[in-house]
Design a protein around this ligand. Structure first.
Ligand SMILES: NC(=O)c1ccc[n+]([C@@H]2O[C@H](COP(=O)([O-])OP(=O)(O)OC[C@H]3O[C@@H](n4cnc5c(N)ncnc54)[C@H](O)[C@@H]3O)[C@@H](O)[C@H]2O)c1
Length: 392
């Protein structure tokens, strides 16, 4: 492994989520050489460079023009994603982007075609699908423990308008609950059940929100999150599974995360797909609910010394590292552009069905292989073999 050339990487976008990415990319994955960080607001990059000991700050132009940077990890807000991804692909960089790739399906298709044409990798979060919880769920399903899946139910809720007081990017395109959080549920389903064939859905907008948090400095008196903030619908998967979807951003933030898969031989309950360590519970015709131990590593627990307040965000960055291995090995990456586009088409398809009252037929396709098992060792001073699971 030590002879392998590391992938020179730059992070673009030094906001809230960059804390965990920078920490993990710098320290956790031997395949990544985090060479520089960048933000349109240089002060933001300077702050993170100081906290995480990064030697080099680049401007966006410098990243694009750099001969040494091979991979750009795009952590800007969704509204900036299209421009940043396109710019970096045109500059010949591989790109791994935080979700959503874009919120406009045509632009998503354009980016996928551009990466294809240029022979570049384009990877898309959420990479929680590579975490211990969802990989274990996949293993249980691949082992046939619930037989053939016939249906499933997913649900998540938050007060998205209240959350947008704190997280301002939620007030722009991509900030509604289905795009910001529902995407984790869509991604989890796709990683377990494969591609979707058709969609029907209904939607409601967020209410106009009046500024409420007095301690938060604010320039807007009121705003409305764009798009549908509440959506219900049905997904028909290509393998025949029927899935009820409920994403409600117009309620309270006491999250009632739910993913339940009903099979001919059992029922599987899967924990929060926005975490790396979601539970996996199996129910068979006789006996009660049984908690399945994680069959994989990347369970979100920090293995780095000196805990940081952002460790709760888990193993974010694992998708970029898995892609870096794919680049060096010349194989397909798991959080691929096709997977990202399909995730996006599900959400855009729900929106389209809610707009038109018609069933939306999905066009895109993808495939995703499970990871092999690999754990971090609990022995002091040893990193264990978790990263080995990302190699093939
Ligand atoms: N905050 C979270 O809890 C969280 C969790 C998971 C995923 N995400 C995703 O991560 C992404 C970033 O979220 P965040 O919370 O860090 O947002 P943020 O608003 O805190 O940070 C975004 C940063 O990008 C910079 N930026 C904007 N446009 C730019 C451009 N064109 N070039 C360079 N820099 C630019 C901004 O100056 C800002 O510093 C989003 O896609 C979000 O969906 C966020």
């Amino acid at each position: 492994m030590s002879e392998l050339r590391k992938v020179k990487t730059a992070v673009v976008g030094c906001g809230m989520i960059s804390n965990i990415y920078i920490r993990n990319l710098k320290n956790l994955f031997s395949i990544i050489d985090l060479a520089a960080i960048c933000d349109i607001n240089r002060t933001a990059a300077e702050e993170k460079a100081k906290i995480y000991g990064i030697d080099r700050i680049m401007s966006v132009d410098e990243v694009a023009e750099s001969a040494e940077i091979e991979l750009v990890v795009n952590l800007t807000g969704p509204a900036a994603h299209y421009d940043v991804i396109k710019r970096m692909l045109l500059a010949g960089k591989h790109v791994f982007t935080e979700k959503m790739m874009t919120t406009d399906l045509e632009k998503g298709r354009e980016l996928v075609a551009l990466a294809e044409e240029k022979g570049l990798y384009l990877g898309v979060a959420p990479d929680t699908i590579l975490g211990a919880g969802l990989q274990t769920a996949r293993k249980v399903m691949d082992a046939g423990m619930i037989g053939e899946v016939t249906s499933c139910v997913v649900s998540i809720n938050r007060n998205q308008s209240m959350n947008s007081e704190m997280f301002r990017f939620l007030r722009s395109e991509g900030g509604s609950l289905p795009y910001d959080v529902g995407i984790y549920y869509v991604a989890a389903l796709l990683s377990l059940l494969g591609p979707v064939e058709s969609i029907c859905a209904f939607g409601e907008q967020a209410p106009v929100h009046k500024h409420q948090l007095l301690f938060q400095e604010e320039t807007q008196d009121s705003w409305q999150i764009p798009g549908y903030n509440l959506m219900t619908g049905t997904l028909k998967f290509r393998n025949g599974v029927l899935c009820s979807v409920h994403f409600n951003g117009n309620t309270i933030s006491s999250e009632q995360s739910m993913i339940i898969l009903f099979g001919t031989e059992g029922i599987l309950k899967v924990g929060d797909p926005n975490q790396f360590n979601g539970f996996v519970k199996l129910i068979k015709p006789e006996g009660g609910e049984c908690l399945i131990p994680h069959s994989h590593g990347y369970n979100g627990a920090s293995v780095l010394p000196e805990p940081s307040p952002f460790d709760g965000y888990g193993h974010r960055g694992v998708g970029a590292a898995e892609m870096a291995w794919a680049i060096r090995k010349g194989r397909k990456n798991r959080c691929s552009k096709e997977y990202g586009l399909h995730c996006m088409e599900i959400l855009c398809g729900m929106e389209s069905s809610a707009d038109t009252g018609k069933v939306y037929r999905v066009q895109s396709d993808f495939e995703i292989k499970p990871l092999r098992s690999g754990y971090y060792s609990t022995m002091e001073g040893s990193r264990g073999d978790a990263e080995l699971s990302l190699v093939e």
